[in-house]
Design a protein around this ligand. Sequence first.
Ligand SMILES: [Zn+2]
Length: 441
Amino acid sequence: MYGVATLLLLAGGATFALSNLTASKQAVQERELQELLTPPGYATQLQSVLNWKMGMRLYRSDTSRSSDTVESLFQRLNVDDQEAAKFIRSNSQLRRNLLGKSGRPIRAEVDEQNRILSLKVLWAQNDNSYIELELFRKSTSIEPESYAATPGTNALELQLQTHPLHASVRSATGRIQTSLFAATDAARVPDLVAAQMADIFGGEIDFHHSIHKGDHFTILYEALDADGEPMGYGKIIAAEFVNNGVTHQAMFFQETGSKEGNYFNLKGQSLKRTYLAAPLKFSRITSGYKMRFHPILQTWKAHKGIDYAAPTGTAVHTVGKGVVRSAGWMNGLGNVVFVDHGNSQTTVYAHLNQINVRTAQSVDQGQIIGTVGETGWATGPHLHFEFRINDQYKDPTSIARQSVPIVLSKTALAEFNQQANAIRTQISRTSAEDDHISLAQ
Ligand SMILES: [Zn+2]
């Protein structure tokens, strides 16, 4: 149901290779082993073995925990090194980044006596790079003799390096039986990627209200790693979602030389929207939440808005940039915010538990204007959302469909079509795996 695909055409980022240093260390060790095989006499042989053992390196890895102390960390890594322990305690950069942080890969290289030769901690930054902080014994020699001759005299040093995260492409496909998140879990798609898919198709599919059993999806997305350690996920490269029998496709495209990319359908039409698809982020919480009652006095038929069931306190985002026309109490609507987006277009957010904005305040698209509640005529926590043009009610789902036209130049379109063809092949190949699995079951 999931797999790792290689799309050379699209996979970005730098490749991370073993350093030359590591390679030369290995070469030296191989030579040493050859010397062991020549029999120059027992004493020499024994010394060689001892030396070789003295120069032996053991590699251990673990993950940092927020509760870590130097002792607990060393215990898990089986490190016995008072000198290094003292160094870590006295160095604020190490304390800050090695202890008290959870989920960071840690790699230790120790000698025969469990002394640290190198201790590395890795963590990702927001700009697709990661930091490698390394504590190491400077004069650790690859020559066993010199290392054995000067035990405990090597100075501990600290080195900080920044490297690009390595991006690879993963593919996943799944079919909805109960909920989108149950299906993405089964396909081992991370929540952030599932939410990103809901966002990309948000102008065409109402993920909060119109997901059906049997709907299926295929996603190609970036996985980011730091020297082989998984560090997170990048953007969706392409996706297909079949909703109620209708196929929707999307592909990220960035013209060569251009600074910004956008999502398009495979015909080259932009999926970029003037407004966000929904005032609530599509998440595991909001997707699984059901309204206990229908809103009072509002049958679905006469209903002028769209309701999003969500727990009290869930963040409500304005779907577009604008100015708060009013923020306060109104009968029926409870705590309500009206946002004026210009062009006589207004959005309404009602039954709020908390209001975070004031009348006449400017708001950016996606800004949190309040939280879900059940104030006014509501029998359960939900957000009542309306879209109005000249104060006339409009179908709120139509707001999401207002796209920002991005016209591709002839050159860009040629490049686009080439990529779109590769994507089509990859999507059908991935979803075919799913069909194969379904038939086999
Ligand atoms: Zn409503």
